[in-house]
Write a protein that binds this ligand. Structure first.
Ligand SMILES: Cc1cc2nc3c(=O)[nH]c(=O)nc-3n(C[C@H](O)[C@H](O)[C@H](O)COP(=O)(O)O)c2cc1C
Length: 211
């Protein structure tokens, strides 16, 4: 092979390599944007059930506030608050907090609270409770988690925020009372926090979409 053809082959390979690199970079960029869009849609979907009956016109995930520990909310992990607005006015807040004392460890829950202090919905985000026992806290497995809807700090009064066997007003799960105790305490502590920090929550600068 002559020197000229070696140079020609080398140049051709360099051009092909440059084109391939550019294609990979472009594909990566396009994929990353699509993944981010999908993740955002998923997040919006999981937040909406905890906002049942609430009219809002803001993007829920866009008004995200991350509160590092210690924050005064249940759990040691950072708490995440999603502020929800209608025509620019606050209507509700969603709190992702951690009930620390589940039977098998921490339980991450989402508590939706309207500005009048009533619960709009509670959903389980993450747990390791026992299948057939503590996992009935999942909305897909039983109606148990729906019983908090519409309740507030004063309804029932403090002693009522417990399972029936402890003198409270909420149903326990048969044979699994540890899991409900942890969740009820976390909901009540979140309601308590909302009552005292409501103004600051809605006035704080957003933490952006990524942790
Ligand atoms: C294998 C095993 C798994 C359990 N899983 C749970 C659970 O997920 N949640 C819970 O509250 N208790 C769980 N328990 C604990 C008991 O069932 C416990 O006695 C109960 O929480 C007390 O509830 P009770 O007052 O209704 O009897 C488990 C116990 C065993 C042996």
């Amino acid at each position: 092979m002559s020197d000229q053809s070696i140079i020609k082959t080398g140049l051709t390979l360099a051009v092909i390599a440059a084109i391939c690199t550019a294609l990979v970079a472009l594909t990566f960029q396009a994929t990353r944007e699509r993944i981010a869009a999908n993740e955002k849609a998923l997040l919006e979907q999981s937040l909406q059930p905890a906002l049942a009956g609430t009219f809002y016109d803001s993007g829920v995930s866009e008004s995200r506030l991350v509160l590092p520990s210690p924050h005064g909310l249940p759990g040691n992990e950072p708490a995440v608050v999603y502020r929800v607005f209608a025509e620019g006015e606050p209507v509700a807040a969603l709190f992702a907090v951690t009930a620390r004392d589940g039977f098998s460890g921490p339980i991450r829950i989402l508590v939706g609270i309207a500005v009048d202090g009533t619960v709009t919905g509670v959903r389980i985000l993450r747990h390791r409770e026992t299948p057939g026992l503590g996992d009935k806290i999942e909305s897909a497995r039983s109606d148990w988690i729906f019983q908090f809807d519409g309740h507030s700090m004063g309804d029932p009064v403090a002693t009522g925020w417990a399972i029936e066997v402890d003198g409270g007003e909420f149903d326990q799960l048969t044979g699994a009372s540890i899991t409900p105790r942890a969740i009820i305490k976390a909901i009540r502590d979140t309601l308590n926090y909302f009552e005292t920090h409501q103004d600051a929550i809605f006035l704080s600068e957003s933490s952006g979409e990524n942790e």
